[in-house]
Design a protein around this ligand. Structure first.
Ligand SMILES: [Zn+2]
Length: 73
């Protein structure tokens, strides 16, 4: 599980229990989860927000996009 912290650019399916280990890739602040659609423990659509940077990382089709905004192009 620590691999997620070392390599935040994961293809892992977004599960609500990942909130325990997910942190902002820029400043390592714990992220806030907004759920727009879910199925059991999996988040299908939503967003992860860093309260420190204000950056929002989208979750689309269960995959969280944790690329920093500057690297998303
Ligand atoms: Zn941050």
């Amino acid at each position: 599980m620590t691999a997620l912290l070392l390599h935040p650019y994961t293809d892992s399916v977004m599960r609500k229990d990942l909130m325990d280990i997910l942190a902002c890739p820029v400043c390592k602040t714990p992220l806030e989860l907004t759920v727009e659609g879910d199925e059991g423990d999996e988040v299908i659509q939503g967003a992860l927000r860093c309260s420190n940077c204000g950056d929002v990382y989208p979750i689309r089709d269960r995959i969280p996009n944790l690329l920093p905004k500057a690297m998303r192009g």
